[in-house]
Write a protein that binds this ligand. Structure first.
Ligand code: NAP
Length: 196
């Protein structure tokens, strides 16, 4: 149906998750870990050469939780997912009704020659849909080794299908510590690779 114009792009999830899989509380991040956040930025904003771009996919609440003084971000386009918004939010580039529509934007002309990686940055439903998407190959999860009061959670996922993979040069190894909170970076790789 897509013909030969679809250039599949890797879909990668990135999240920091505390004990109990918590990721958020009342629309905010539950912790303050600047170095962990810098690692997030390094990944989502990283491209192989000038002129290339990544696509970030955001749920509506995530998008509105980020101060707009943070934008624009270099090397990325932003797609916000919503079934109720009618116009593209300020500073975003696309409004899409579901994850697959956003992914296919990146995979077709005119964006397909520009976009390298699709980064899915939450929240829960967006992560859940991305984990099931056939183009999803990697899940970057920071294991925040502490308890926080959360009311938003990272979805359960199949750890037989996504297995911890070591040896990514851009992923620091070992236990990190900041503001008295220990954490470690982990990458889960889909064992079956990327499907059609
Ligand atoms: N720790 C981390 O790494 C991390 C990462 C990301 C977010 N967070 C935290 O997570 C919280 C926000 O996440 P959330 O799950 O509450 O909200 P969210 O996913 O950002 O926003 C929910 C809304 O986005 C739209 N949406 C979400 N998934 C969609 C989909 N697949 N297709 C179409 N529309 C979709 C829907 O809007 P409509 O109702 O308009 O359809 C939905 O009501 C915040 O606390 C944030 O700080 C933490």
């Amino acid at each position: 149906m897509d013909g030969d114009k679809v250039q599949k792009k890797p879909i990668r999830l990135i999240a920091a998750v505390c004990n109990g899989r918590g990721i958020g509380k009342d629309g905010q991040m539950p912790w303050d870990l600047p170095s962990e956040f810098q690692n997030f930025r390094d990944h989502v904003l990283g491209v192989s050469r000038p002129g290339k771009l990544n696509l970030m996919i955001w749920g509506k609440l995530c998008w509105y939780s980020v101060p707009k003084s943070d934008f624009p971000l270099p090397n990325v386009l932003h797609a916000v997912l919503s079934t109720t918004l009618e116009t593209v939010p300020d500073h975003a580039h696309f409004l899409c009704p579901d994850l697959d529509s956003a992914a296919r934007l990146a995979a077709r002309p005119p964006l397909s020659d520009l976009i390298e990686t699709i980064w899915v940055v939450g929240g829960t439903q967006v992560y859940e849909d991305a984990l099931k998407h056939p183009w999803c190959d990697l899940v970057y999860l920071t294991d925040v080794m502490a308890d926080f009061d959360c009311n938003v959670f990272f979805p359960e996922f199949d750890t037989e299908l996504f297995k911890v993979q070591e040896g990514f040069p851009d992923v620091p190894t070992g236990i990190q510590e900041e503001n008295g909170i220990q954490y470690r970076f982990q990458v889960f790789k889909k064992v079956t690779g990327v499907d059609d």
